[in-house]
Design a protein around this ligand. Structure first.
Ligand code: SF4
Ligand code: SF4
Length: 96
């Protein structure tokens, strides 16, 4: 699962580095290690692994992150169909 890539280049994740205080919460809560702290700033290192769960957005007190929550569920379903595997977005929706 950790090697799962969602559909490339359609992830809605955006991040404003100027607002980041380097608290590291986004790196801690992200289940796919999309964020990493580099020189006390968050950095997106695995953008295509983002499943758009919204955990980083909720936990960023500086509102530095935006993601269109829930799109990742649809992407997981489509990805599952394309790969002929069971879709699983990890959020508990009906695609599991
Ligand atoms: S949670 Fe927000 S403020 Fe904290 S490191 Fe991540 S982007 Fe920066
Ligand atoms: S939306 Fe979820 S998967 Fe994407 S970067 Fe944030 S915590 Fe990670």
């Amino acid at each position: 699962m950790d090697n799962q890539l969602y559909i490339k280049d359609v992830v809605t994740l955006t991040y404003d580095e100027t607002k980041c205080t380097g608290c590291g919460m986004c790196a801690i809560v992200c289940p796919h290690r999309v964020f990493k702290l580099v020189n006390n700033k968050a950095s997106i290192v695995n953008r295509d692994k983002c499943m758009e769960c919204g955990a980083c957005v909720i936990n960023c007190s500086e509102n530095a992150i935006f993601v269109k929550k829930g799109v990742g569920c649809a992407a997981a379903v489509i990805n599952g169909l394309l790969n002929n595997t069971e879709a699983s977005c990890g959020c508990g929706c009906s695609s599991n």
